[in-house]
Design a binder for this molecule. Structure first.
Ligand code: GLA
Length: 388
């Protein structure tokens, strides 16, 4: 991959110094969904697919971006003095946003760059392709602009800022953090209230992690995501009138029961209940995994799905059908919708011996019930962003 990308880079940008090559992965999340903007825990891991980039400094101050995934968009070229968001720049707005964010945070970007990207993250799955593109761009800036003090966590935070303020989506810290900090054979138990984390070993010699693409396009996901965020914020404010907490992630299920009547609306109450119980499930799941109780871990994944469906209402018919069909198969330890929801994919932990049956039966029954053809990916954990 490295040599191919370098050759392509030299073909597109011309001979000269050999470019550096960089990689940032995609991510999956085992449990802890819609907790990362509620100060709760998440338990994601980086995977082996991701975004590769070759990059080299220019002698002028232009930013030139080309993606092998979007050749129809051609070269996206901007001057460092004008990196404003432009509709016509399409995918190129993501890296532009990262450069702009670094500059607005006082990082010295002392010249232009040529960058060539290639990503092998399947599209539309919701497994962190935009954060992967942002983090790899951040890593290029750190390396080529000699930003010695910049850590991978800083890159993750700047990527989130670019996504929130430049692109305008309100996503949390889970994706860029995991993509920057991932570690092969480990998942990250991250406390999003203060970014403290531990790497939990995730060796599953007898099981596979299978991502199933529902092929349901996620519609109005940003709007509905923002609505959930503001419902949680409002519920938190109501609870803060009786209890000193900074976020919903600080509550145990028991304490929540005692104070929940302060939430003056049944929908908000369900949203907050999900944020609280999902965080507790995540903590329990990591404990279970440490003890090797993988069945218990799977049960918690299943409970996570029900809570996302009933209390948080971010699932959809297609995701529910995929999960129901998965639960029906012996050897499936856990299965749930993953990511923002309203379409996208599910994550399942399946015993090796049941993997083929899982793929054929879930696939057939899903097609019978929805007319859609699911896609299956057996994923491997991988490392976070790195210079190759
Ligand atoms: C999206 C966001 C994440 C997180 C998940 C839900 O993937 O990018 O920050 O909020 O939804 O857990």
């Amino acid at each position: 991959m490295k040599q191919q990308l370098v050759d392509k880079f030299l073909e597109i940008y011309g001979e000269g110094d050999e470019p550096g090559v960089y990689f940032a992965p995609g991510r999956i999340n085992l449990i802890g969904e819609h907790t990362d903007y509620n100060g709760g825990h998440v338990f994601p891991c980086a995977i082996t697919v991701g975004t590769y980039a070759a990059a080299r400094r220019r002698t002028d101050s232009d930013l030139c971006l080309y993606s092998l995934n979007y050749p129809e968009c051609g070269m996206v070229r901007s001057s460092l003095s004008d990196l404003a968001y432009r509709q016509k720049d399409g995918w190129g707005n993501y890296p532009k946003g990262v450069v702009q964010t670094f500059m607005s945070k006082g990082c010295r970007i002392s010249g232009g760059l040529d960058i060539l990207y290639y990503g092998d993250i399947p599209k539309g799955l919701g497994i962190g392709s935009s954060a992967s593109l942002e983090v790899v761009t951040g890593l290029i800036l750190k390396e080529l602009m000699d930003l010695k003090d910049m850590s991978l966590v800083d890159i993750a935070l700047f990527s989130q800022l670019a996504e929130n303020e430049y692109i305008g989506t309100g996503s949390g810290i889970m994706d860029p953090f995991t993509i920057a900090m991932g570690k092969k054979d480990h998942a990250i138990f991250l406390d999003t209230s203060d970014l403290s984390y531990i790497y939990a070993p995730l060796r599953l010699p007898h099981e596979k992690i299978i991502i199933t693409n529902s092929q349901k396009v996620r519609l109005a996901v940003d709007e509905r995501y923002q609505e959930r965020r503001s419902q949680c914020r409002k519920a938190l404010e109501e609870l803060q009138t009786v209890i000193a907490i900074r976020n919903l992630g600080e509550l145990t299920a028991e304490v929540f029961e005692q104070v929940q009547e302060m939430i003056g609306d049944p929908v908000r109450l369900r949203r907050a209940r999900h944020a609280v119980t999902e965080n507790q499930r995540t903590i329990q799941a990591v404990e279970a995994l440490k003890k090797g109780e993988i069945e218990e871990f799977g049960q918690l994944m299943n409970a996570s799905h029900l809570s996302l469906k009933e209390d948080y209402e971010v699932s959809c018919e297609e995701l529910d059908i995929l999960v129901e069909e998965a639960w029906d198969i012996e050897g499936v330890l856990g299965s749930r919708m993953m990511g923002a929801g309203f379409g996208g994919c599910t994550v399942s932990i399946v015993e090796n011996s049941a993997a083929n049956e899982f793929i054929s039966r879930v696939g057939q029954n899903y097609e019978k019930r929805t007319g859609r053809r699911a896609e299956f990916y057996v994923v491997e954990t991988g490392n976070g962003a790195a210079v190759l």
